[in-house]
Design a protein around this ligand. Structure first.
Ligand SMILES: [Zn+2]
Length: 253
Protein backbone atom coordinates (compact mmCIF):
# COMPACT_ATOMS: atom_id res chain seq x y z
CA UNK A 1 0.00 0.00 0.00
CA UNK A 2 1.13 3.52 -0.77
CA UNK A 3 1.85 5.93 2.06
CA UNK A 4 -1.51 7.46 3.03
CA UNK A 5 -2.16 11.18 3.17
CA UNK A 6 -2.52 12.39 6.74
CA UNK A 7 -4.34 15.63 7.38
CA UNK A 8 -3.82 17.38 10.70
CA UNK A 9 -6.66 19.63 11.84
CA UNK A 10 -7.23 21.72 14.96
CA UNK A 11 -10.00 20.82 17.40
CA UNK A 12 -11.21 22.83 20.41
CA UNK A 13 -8.44 24.79 22.19
CA UNK A 14 -5.27 22.87 21.47
CA UNK A 15 -6.25 19.37 20.32
CA UNK A 16 -5.32 17.88 16.99
CA UNK A 17 -7.46 15.44 15.06
CA UNK A 18 -6.13 13.46 12.11
CA UNK A 19 -7.67 12.17 8.91
CA UNK A 20 -5.88 9.21 7.31
CA UNK A 21 -6.80 8.75 3.69
CA UNK A 22 -5.37 7.10 0.61
CA UNK A 23 -4.66 9.70 -2.07
CA UNK A 24 -7.56 8.68 -4.32
CA UNK A 25 -9.84 7.15 -1.67
CA UNK A 26 -13.35 8.30 -0.85
CA UNK A 27 -13.20 6.84 2.65
CA UNK A 28 -10.98 7.91 5.51
CA UNK A 29 -10.09 7.18 9.12
CA UNK A 30 -10.51 9.83 11.82
CA UNK A 31 -8.22 9.69 14.85
CA UNK A 32 -9.57 11.01 18.19
CA UNK A 33 -12.44 13.22 16.95
CA UNK A 34 -13.83 15.69 19.50
CA UNK A 35 -14.89 18.65 17.35
CA UNK A 36 -17.74 17.60 15.07
CA UNK A 37 -17.75 20.74 12.95
CA UNK A 38 -14.01 20.60 12.27
CA UNK A 39 -14.26 16.89 11.45
CA UNK A 40 -17.04 17.54 8.93
CA UNK A 41 -15.01 20.32 7.38
CA UNK A 42 -11.84 18.26 6.90
CA UNK A 43 -13.88 15.38 5.44
CA UNK A 44 -15.71 17.70 3.07
CA UNK A 45 -12.48 19.38 1.93
CA UNK A 46 -11.10 15.96 1.06
CA UNK A 47 -14.28 14.57 -0.51
CA UNK A 48 -14.49 11.64 1.80
CA UNK A 49 -16.54 9.89 4.46
CA UNK A 50 -15.34 8.74 7.85
CA UNK A 51 -15.62 4.97 7.45
CA UNK A 52 -13.62 4.35 10.65
CA UNK A 53 -12.75 6.11 13.91
CA UNK A 54 -9.57 5.23 15.83
CA UNK A 55 -9.49 6.05 19.54
CA UNK A 56 -6.40 6.41 21.76
CA UNK A 57 -8.13 6.93 25.13
CA UNK A 58 -11.35 7.89 26.81
CA UNK A 59 -10.88 11.60 27.63
CA UNK A 60 -13.63 13.88 26.35
CA UNK A 61 -11.26 15.92 24.18
CA UNK A 62 -10.48 12.74 22.21
CA UNK A 63 -13.95 11.17 21.88
CA UNK A 64 -16.61 13.91 22.13
CA UNK A 65 -17.62 13.80 18.44
CA UNK A 66 -17.65 10.01 18.05
CA UNK A 67 -21.41 9.49 18.37
CA UNK A 68 -22.30 12.29 15.94
CA UNK A 69 -19.79 11.07 13.35
CA UNK A 70 -21.04 7.51 13.68
CA UNK A 71 -24.60 8.73 13.16
CA UNK A 72 -23.61 10.75 10.08
CA UNK A 73 -21.42 8.16 8.33
CA UNK A 74 -22.24 4.87 10.03
CA UNK A 75 -18.54 4.75 10.95
CA UNK A 76 -16.89 1.75 12.56
CA UNK A 77 -15.41 2.64 15.96
CA UNK A 78 -12.04 0.96 16.54
CA UNK A 79 -10.51 0.78 20.02
CA UNK A 80 -8.79 -1.19 22.74
CA UNK A 81 -11.04 -3.86 24.24
CA UNK A 82 -9.66 -3.29 27.75
CA UNK A 83 -10.75 0.37 27.81
CA UNK A 84 -14.30 0.27 29.16
CA UNK A 85 -14.60 4.07 29.16
CA UNK A 86 -14.23 4.77 25.42
CA UNK A 87 -17.41 4.78 23.28
CA UNK A 88 -18.13 1.06 22.69
CA UNK A 89 -15.91 -0.10 19.81
CA UNK A 90 -17.44 -2.00 16.88
CA UNK A 91 -14.00 -3.45 16.23
CA UNK A 92 -12.35 -4.53 19.47
CA UNK A 93 -8.57 -4.79 19.55
CA UNK A 94 -6.15 -6.63 21.83
CA UNK A 95 -2.70 -5.63 23.00
CA UNK A 96 -0.12 -5.60 20.18
CA UNK A 97 -2.78 -6.69 17.70
CA UNK A 98 -2.08 -6.11 14.02
CA UNK A 99 -5.09 -5.14 11.97
CA UNK A 100 -6.04 -3.62 8.63
CA UNK A 101 -8.28 -0.70 7.78
CA UNK A 102 -8.95 0.30 4.17
CA UNK A 103 -5.99 -1.84 3.10
CA UNK A 104 -3.49 -0.17 5.47
CA UNK A 105 -1.77 -2.10 8.26
CA UNK A 106 -1.82 -0.89 11.85
CA UNK A 107 -0.54 -2.19 15.19
CA UNK A 108 -2.08 -1.33 18.55
CA UNK A 109 0.51 -0.53 21.22
CA UNK A 110 -0.70 -0.47 24.82
CA UNK A 111 0.94 2.63 26.35
CA UNK A 112 -0.42 3.10 29.90
CA UNK A 113 0.52 6.14 31.97
CA UNK A 114 -1.70 9.05 30.97
CA UNK A 115 -4.62 6.64 31.41
CA UNK A 116 -4.37 2.94 32.27
CA UNK A 117 -5.73 1.75 28.94
CA UNK A 118 -4.20 4.36 26.68
CA UNK A 119 -3.06 3.05 23.29
CA UNK A 120 -0.97 4.27 20.36
CA UNK A 121 -1.46 3.23 16.75
CA UNK A 122 1.61 2.38 14.67
CA UNK A 123 1.62 1.87 10.90
CA UNK A 124 4.61 -0.50 10.41
CA UNK A 125 4.78 -0.27 6.62
CA UNK A 126 5.16 3.50 6.70
CA UNK A 127 6.61 4.13 10.19
CA UNK A 128 3.81 6.41 11.29
CA UNK A 129 2.67 6.69 14.93
CA UNK A 130 -0.43 8.27 16.45
CA UNK A 131 0.64 8.88 20.02
CA UNK A 132 -2.48 10.49 21.55
CA UNK A 133 -1.57 11.89 24.96
CA UNK A 134 1.38 9.55 25.61
CA UNK A 135 4.09 11.48 23.78
CA UNK A 136 4.09 15.14 22.74
CA UNK A 137 6.68 17.20 20.90
CA UNK A 138 9.30 17.85 23.63
CA UNK A 139 7.05 16.43 26.35
CA UNK A 140 4.67 13.69 27.46
CA UNK A 141 1.13 13.47 28.83
CA UNK A 142 0.19 14.02 32.44
CA UNK A 143 0.25 10.89 34.56
CA UNK A 144 -3.43 10.76 35.54
CA UNK A 145 -3.90 7.03 36.09
CA UNK A 146 -0.60 5.20 35.71
CA UNK A 147 2.66 4.82 37.63
CA UNK A 148 6.13 6.11 36.68
CA UNK A 149 7.19 2.55 35.84
CA UNK A 150 4.23 2.06 33.48
CA UNK A 151 4.77 5.41 31.81
CA UNK A 152 8.52 4.87 31.37
CA UNK A 153 7.87 1.43 29.84
CA UNK A 154 5.35 2.98 27.44
CA UNK A 155 7.85 5.65 26.41
CA UNK A 156 10.47 2.92 26.00
CA UNK A 157 8.14 1.13 23.56
CA UNK A 158 8.04 4.31 21.49
CA UNK A 159 11.83 4.74 21.83
CA UNK A 160 12.34 1.31 20.24
CA UNK A 161 10.37 2.12 17.06
CA UNK A 162 12.34 2.93 13.88
CA UNK A 163 14.14 6.26 14.22
CA UNK A 164 12.48 7.73 11.14
CA UNK A 165 8.98 7.20 12.58
CA UNK A 166 6.74 10.22 12.01
CA UNK A 167 4.78 11.00 15.19
CA UNK A 168 1.35 12.62 15.26
CA UNK A 169 0.44 13.77 18.79
CA UNK A 170 -2.87 14.74 20.39
CA UNK A 171 -2.06 18.32 21.43
CA UNK A 172 -0.17 21.47 20.52
CA UNK A 173 1.78 21.89 23.77
CA UNK A 174 5.21 22.25 22.19
CA UNK A 175 6.20 25.76 23.31
CA UNK A 176 5.33 25.14 26.96
CA UNK A 177 7.08 21.76 26.81
CA UNK A 178 10.23 23.35 25.41
CA UNK A 179 10.23 25.99 28.14
CA UNK A 180 10.28 23.28 30.79
CA UNK A 181 12.77 21.13 28.87
CA UNK A 182 15.22 24.04 28.58
CA UNK A 183 14.98 24.65 32.33
CA UNK A 184 16.44 21.18 33.02
CA UNK A 185 18.58 20.79 29.88
CA UNK A 186 19.67 24.33 28.93
CA UNK A 187 22.72 23.42 26.84
CA UNK A 188 21.09 20.80 24.62
CA UNK A 189 21.80 22.06 21.11
CA UNK A 190 19.01 19.96 19.57
CA UNK A 191 16.52 21.44 22.01
CA UNK A 192 17.75 24.97 21.32
CA UNK A 193 17.32 24.38 17.60
CA UNK A 194 13.83 22.96 18.15
CA UNK A 195 12.98 25.95 20.33
CA UNK A 196 13.90 28.42 17.58
CA UNK A 197 11.91 26.51 14.99
CA UNK A 198 8.84 26.10 17.23
CA UNK A 199 8.79 29.82 18.10
CA UNK A 200 8.81 30.66 14.43
CA UNK A 201 6.00 28.18 13.73
CA UNK A 202 4.00 29.73 16.56
CA UNK A 203 4.47 33.25 15.23
CA UNK A 204 3.18 32.13 11.83
CA UNK A 205 0.27 30.24 13.47
CA UNK A 206 1.55 26.95 12.09
CA UNK A 207 1.49 23.60 13.90
CA UNK A 208 4.67 22.09 15.35
CA UNK A 209 3.56 18.60 14.43
CA UNK A 210 4.16 15.99 13.24
CA UNK A 211 7.62 15.30 14.59
CA UNK A 212 10.25 12.62 13.90
CA UNK A 213 11.28 10.09 16.56
CA UNK A 214 14.99 10.69 15.90
CA UNK A 215 14.55 14.36 16.79
CA UNK A 216 12.55 13.52 19.93
CA UNK A 217 15.24 11.08 21.09
CA UNK A 218 17.71 13.97 21.09
CA UNK A 219 15.52 16.74 22.47
CA UNK A 220 12.56 15.37 24.48
CA UNK A 221 13.62 15.09 28.15
CA UNK A 222 11.00 12.43 28.89
CA UNK A 223 12.60 10.11 26.33
CA UNK A 224 16.00 10.84 27.86
CA UNK A 225 15.36 9.69 31.44
CA UNK A 226 18.08 7.08 30.86
CA UNK A 227 20.71 9.60 29.72
CA UNK A 228 23.87 10.52 31.62
CA UNK A 229 22.71 14.12 31.72
CA UNK A 230 19.52 13.35 33.64
CA UNK A 231 21.13 10.63 35.80
CA UNK A 232 23.40 13.38 37.01
CA UNK A 233 20.74 16.11 37.11
CA UNK A 234 18.32 14.05 39.23
CA UNK A 235 21.09 12.23 41.14
CA UNK A 236 19.77 8.78 40.26
CA UNK A 237 20.82 5.98 37.92
CA UNK A 238 17.24 4.68 37.68
CA UNK A 239 15.27 5.96 34.67
CA UNK A 240 11.97 5.26 36.43
CA UNK A 241 12.98 7.43 39.38
CA UNK A 242 14.26 10.08 36.97
CA UNK A 243 10.94 9.98 35.11
CA UNK A 244 8.96 10.34 38.38
CA UNK A 245 11.01 13.37 39.43
CA UNK A 246 10.86 14.96 35.98
CA UNK A 247 7.10 14.40 35.61
CA UNK A 248 6.35 15.94 38.99
CA UNK A 249 8.69 18.88 38.27
CA UNK A 250 6.79 19.52 35.03
CA UNK A 251 3.43 19.32 36.86
CA UNK A 252 4.61 22.09 39.18
CA UNK A 253 6.47 24.15 36.58
ZN1 LIG B 1 -6.06 12.81 27.63
Amino acid sequence: MKRPNIYLFPQWDDNYGYLIKDPHGTKGVLVDPCDFEMCLKILELNDCEASHILLTHHHDDHVAAVEEIKKEFNSIIVGYGQDSQIPTPDKILNQDENFKILGQEYRLLHTPGHTLQHVNYFMPKHNILFSGDTLFNAGCGRMFEGTPQMFWESLSKIKSLPKNTTIYCGHEYTLANIKFALSIDPNNEHLLKLSKWASRQDKEHRPTLPTILEEQLLSNPFLRCDSEHFFEYYKSQDPIEVFAKMRSAKDNF
